[in-house]
Design a binder for this molecule. Sequence first.
Ligand SMILES: *Cc1c(COP(=O)(O)O)cnc(C)c1O
Length: 394
Amino acid sequence: MAAARKAKVFDPFERREIKKLVAEFGSPLLIVDCERIRRQYRQLRRALPRVDLHYALKPLPHPAVVSTIVEEGGFLDLATTGEVELVARLGVDGERCIHTHPIKRDADIRAAVARGVRVFVADNPDELRKFVPYGDRVEVLLRVSYRSPGAVSDLSRKFGCDPEQLLPLARRAHDLGITVRGLSFHVGSQAPDPGKHVEAIESCRRLLAAAAREKLGPCDTLDIGGGFPIDYSQRAPEIGYFCAPIRAALAELPKRVRVIAEPGRYIAGPAAIGVASVMGRARRENRWWYYLDDGLYGSFSGQLFDHAHYPLESLRNRGKREPSVLAGPTCDSIDVIAENLTLPQLEVGDLIVGRAMGAYTWASASEFNFFPRATVVSVNQKPGDRGTVLKVEY
Ligand SMILES: *Cc1c(COP(=O)(O)O)cnc(C)c1O
């Protein structure tokens, strides 16, 4: 009985547990809760039934997240040889993975094929030619571009062919003897509404039908990418509600079409918090400036690259609140996390917590000024797992 109670899932995002984890693993810390990874995965499964979810490693390429997704029966979306090697070290079958970087070196294709990856993405004729030496060991998804100037990051600008170029590209693949498995798109991350997904699905339905009519390949897979939004300081629509129009659009596809998606942020974002400590403080122009051991060059890099605003709080919550500034540790003047906060007076060693910091945070952190990146501690990967630190090799 006592053992069973001990093995229960615990909530590492509670104040008391955060303090314990920092006491054990140090600061700055990124706490990844695998129970929340599972919860996010299951919620998206419910919102998109019959869609196979390939977790995109890019936002948080961490072994604990990968293993948790695979244990849930999920699939993976890889984009680099480093990611291919990471999942291979975890013993994940290449058949569970797709490789979705539209631009690759031959060495990248070779490494992925050697690990059993079969499905790749291409969006132009030069890239298609790179697959010729691999013959029937590879299949491609042709990536189509649907611009979304509304998205925080419009990924259809950098990658994807115009819908009008799709059939000529599919004919080219066919002539080169490359199997066209289907189509893919990625409307951009943190989509404000499902309109772009719906538009892209409807367009791809017509393109898949046209390619199948010309017998340009099996054309029986549609990859609807990622972009599913989460709450930051600004709330996002509930995921079931967000996906309702997407479900309706997918219902119009012929039964033979298998649908897959590549969620990254939705799985990883809410599943981690960032914890930083106050290194020192100064009173400047009637405000308290608190200097933390993590900042814009570290886990808060997402504020710059990903335009995210993480909900911030101090674990000390007693005392009169005063105008305060949170700054990062480096000597660079842009390294300021938040101004215009009101916080109780903090002391050296006090902890600041950033919520929803799993995606595009630690992944894009640097060690500028030799301030080390946050330690990543995962919990709840297995019952009773109260903290595991794994080095990410790539
Ligand atoms: C980054 C990326 C994703 C993940 O996108 P999210 O918005 O984080 O879900 C999926 N697919 C591709 C091709 C990507 O580049």
